[in-house]
Design a protein around this ligand. Structure first.
Ligand code: ATP
Length: 268
């Protein structure tokens, strides 16, 4: 997957400008960066829910913009997506949730669907939970079911948007490890958008940091940890102030609160 000099936005507003990003086959790429920086927008470009106004988005050498409906459908079948909170269909059992894409996209006989679903559930450790309803599983388990559903059609690429949001530290570690293990065992390529730097750095081969609509750094987790770029340092070191300001631009404090001028240090 590759983004070449891509600019895109919503309506008149440009969100990404001149973004270059390549995702090597077989690797796990983490997308990190400040809130609103454009990470989810990158995922939307990759799934062609959004088209660039400039540049190219390439998947296995195909420029997504040039694909007709059939071509796009074929490419999307090769992508698994797990969006924020990996919402399951609440009125379908765990088994039926994972079977859903297989029923939608294939004409496989029931016996084969059963085997495939159980294989995917086994891969996420939940073969035994097949008959439960989503309301009967924990948040961490639900995320693993969503993961099994995302890989049901044996995709080449899996896109994860905030796969760890709302998980306790143990479930979070399990989910992260699972993403890495499935990537390697099934020969996938994975892109993970996450705010959880600790877990993401532990499983990613490459990390790209997106801020202000640009890729400001890309490298191995170690390279980012030791980056001298102040923006990367601020983000990775979780410092409140740096190139990204904690405070939104606002009126001076004394004007808003009706007090005398204060030394700037006290305003921070
Ligand atoms: N459908 C939309 N219509 C208009 N603007 C949007 C839309 N989706 C996102 N945006 C804007 O695009 C910018 C980038 O959003 P995006 O969701 O890609 O950021 P993000 O890095 O994923 O943020 P977060 O980490 O908070 O999820 C934000 O300023 C957001 O307000």
């Amino acid at each position: 997957m590759e983004l070449r000099d891509v600019s895109c936005g919503y309506g008149e507003r440009l969100i990404l400008e001149g973004v270059n990003l390549s995702v090597p086959r077989g690797k796990v790429l983490a997308l990190i960066g400040t809130s609103g920086g454009g990470k989810t927008t990158v995922l939307r470009l990759l799934g062609r829910q959004l088209k660039p106004v400039r540049g190219q988005v390439l998947f296995d050498g195909h420029d997504l913009a040039t694909l007709d409906q059939t071509g796009l459908y074929a490419v999307r079948r090769r992508m698994g997506m797990l969006f924020q909170f990996g919402a399951l269909f609440t009125d379908l059992s765990v088994f039926e949730n994972v079977a859903f894409p297989l029923r939608e996209h294939t004409n496989l006989p029931e016996a084969m669907i059963r085997d495939l679903v159980l294989m995917k559930l086994n891969a996420v450790g939940l073969r035994g939970a097949r008959d439960l309803m989503p309301s009967e599983v924990s948040g961490g388990m639900a995320r693993r079911v969503a993961l099994a559903r995302a890989i049901a059609l044996d995709p080449d690429l899996v896109l994860y948007d905030e796969p760890f949001a709302g998980l306790d530290p143990i479930s979070l570690g399990v989910a992260a490890r699972l993403i890495r293990d499935l990537n390697d065992a099934l020969g996938l390529t994975s892109i993970v958008v996450s705010h959880d730097l600790h877990e993401t750095f532990a499983i990613a081969d490459q990390v790209a940091m997106i801020a202000n609509g640009r890729v400001v750094a890309q490298g191995t987790p170690d390279e980012l940890r030791h980056s001298e770029d102040p923006l990367v340092q601020q983000f990775v070191g979780a410092q409140a102030d740096g190139p990204v300001r904690f405070h939104q631009a606002a009126l001076p404090v004394n004007e808003d609160f009706g007090v005398g001028a204060m030394p700037s240090r006290e305003l921070a």
